[in-house]
Design a protein around this ligand. Structure first.
Ligand code: ADP
Length: 263
């Protein structure tokens, strides 16, 4: 640390009005970043002041999904986050040269997260979403230390194997004494042209995770919603236009907007 005093994390101050959600998953590829980006865009469209910290060291896909075109700038000793679709975004990928893979160690990641929370000029945020790396690693502990009031959102697919690891990711809240805001099931089904649903990844994972976490913490952990598979969601992500804004009538967007309103 070189003796330099760390700035206080504004979201950790008692009386902070910013709701902080840490979006977690057991494994990669379940749509955690897609959910984060769309919830952020949806809440910003509702008129809330929204920020996203992309702390997914293995993925850092948030800037692309939200169509962020600018880099952060520095004003005095604060970092100004670029904005897209009215969402302020900071990503670990913005500080990594080229497309280089980086070997992150726990303390480095903790330090990066501390800086993203304290040295970025967020202004008055209603909501801050943190896109965590998959798994139950050090970063969840860092979040708990840096923002004790952060609530955890668990993303899973309906698949049994995915649900089991998601449950482990969620149960970290037991140790860190954080609130579990709920479970979001993604890739729940594919709507076929005849209107029927094909459950490509099986069914029940989201409900199972919610029920099992409720049992272990002894409080209700709701299943906040089920998001179907939807080509438009993937295309929107690739084009930097979140499906909740670009195709608001698509089944995935309707589900995501519903979840965002309920948070
Ligand atoms: P994670 O952050 O969990 O690794 P991503 O959000 O990067 O997952 O999603 C993985 C891939 O699946 C991406 O290509 C994304 O566009 C796609 N995807 C995620 N959710 C859906 C969905 N409901 N329908 C269609 N494609 C999806």
């Amino acid at each position: 640390r070189g003796g330099v005093a760390e700035r206080e994390v504004p979201f950790a101050k008692p009386g902070s009005l910013t709701r902080v959600y840490a979006v977690a998953s057991g494994k990669g590829g379940v749509g955690k970043s897609s959910v984060t980006a769309n919830l952020a865009a949806s809440m910003a469209a509702q008129g809330l002041s929204v920020g996203v910290v992309d702390a997914d060291i293995y993925g850092f896909s948030i800037p692309r999904m939200l169509g962020v075109e600018h880099r952060p700038t520095q004003v005095d000793d604060m970092i100004m986050p670029p904005t897209s679709h009215d969402v302020r975004v900071i990503s670990i990928g913005m500080f990594v040269p080229g497309n280089q893979p980086v070997v992150w160690r726990g303390p480095m990641l903790h330090r990066a997260l501390q800086q993203f929370l304290a040295d970025v000029f967020w202004g008055d945020l209603d909501v801050l979403l943190l896109d965590l790396p998959p798994g139950t690693g050090d970063i969840a502990i860092s979040v708990a230390q840096l923002v004790p009031g952060a609530e955890i959102l668990v993303v899973t697919t309906p698949q049994q194997a995915a649900a089991e690891v998601a449950e482990r990711a969620g149960s970290i809240a037991l140790q860190t004494h954080q609130r579990l805001a709920g479970v979001i099931e993604n890739m729940s089904w594919l709507e076929l042209p005849d209107g029927s649903r094909e459950e490509i990844f099986g069914s029940g994972g989201g409900r199972e995770v919610a029920e099992s976490l409720s049992r272990s913490i002894g409080a209700d952990v709701p299943l906040l919603g089920q998001i179907p598979l939807d080509t438009r969601l993937r295309i929107g992500a690739d084009q930097g236009m979140p499906v909740v804004l670009g195709e608001p009538d698509s089944p995935a967007a309707v589900a995501l907007n519903g979840i965002a309103k309920g948070l």
